[in-house]
Design a protein around this ligand. Sequence first.
Ligand SMILES: [Zn+2]
Length: 107
Amino acid sequence: MRDNLKQCPFCGDDRVKMDDDGWESIGQPARQWHVVCWGGCGARSGTYNSESEAVTTWNTRASDPMAEAMATHIEDIDRELNIFGFVSPTTLVNAKSTAKSFREATK
Ligand SMILES: [Zn+2]
């Protein structure tokens, strides 16, 4: 983890990194930045005109209560799959309910 980026709010992984649109090899400096989770979930922030803005926005999302709730649901699902080999209907219903609220809140 670099740039003081918080762990991924969706999967909890800390393999989170800054990416930009620059091409150092041909001398084109970066003008836009975004944050990507390399932990497998592939979450990606929006694109920002400064590195610090991308960091701030990512870290704000990381402490978003709804994102925290989704991360907890994913951990529950993962745990149940590992222990039982299936996910209980209650866990799925709770996760779907939070996901629906999340979509409505971010429209
Ligand atoms: Zn992730």
